[in-house]
Design a binder for this molecule. Sequence first.
Ligand SMILES: [Zn+2]
Length: 239
Amino acid sequence: MATLAQLIDDLVTANRILATQGIVDSFGHVSIRHPDNPKRYLLSRSRAPERVETGDIMEFTLEGDPVDAKGRKPYLERFIHGAAYEMRPDVMSVIHNHSPGVIPYGVTGRKMRPIMHMCATIGYEVPIWDQRTRFGDTDLLVTSMAMGRDLAKKLGKGRTALMRGHGAVVVGHELRATVYTAVYLELNAKLQMQAEAMGRVKFLSKGETAKVAETTSPANINRAWENWCRKADRPYREQ
Ligand SMILES: [Zn+2]
């Protein structure tokens, strides 16, 4: 069992990996549910993920209130995280990003489907949440629990959802698997766009998607994680 300090260290690493893999730029964030208190989560203060350090990690209630802010400013869109943890007891990690490949799918309504085996963990269906449907004209940021809950509802039981004109949310049963899904969601978007420009695409079937997702083992994920740690110049911890 990893200690809280090790998990926080992994969370810092996840920030750096998402940045080096091009999933987040100066914006976007990643959190984990608190291992000792399911009604809390851990997320950096408002800072570019590439710059996040241990001292930036803050604790929040599911409603998004900092437990001990110590003068640190939280992300405006932290409600994405709390609402997902509230609605989904199985979710242990949440990523919100604006990776460029996913944006066209959110605005055209073109369905994203897993195009190759590595991308199966994105799920057979990737729903699209349109903030305008319920909240009218906004600045497109998820700045309240009402918005976060509406987004979590659209996510349903899945692992990914797109946000129209904004980005995506990715959830998972643990941090490394969630980072893995976010990386392959972006790759799927790029490959699908290339393939659809060439002709009709034969996507993974529902059965194939379920089988690959089931057999994606922690060993697979750790192999990627170790490689990504090295690229991000972060130490690798066996798990
Ligand atoms: Zn955002």
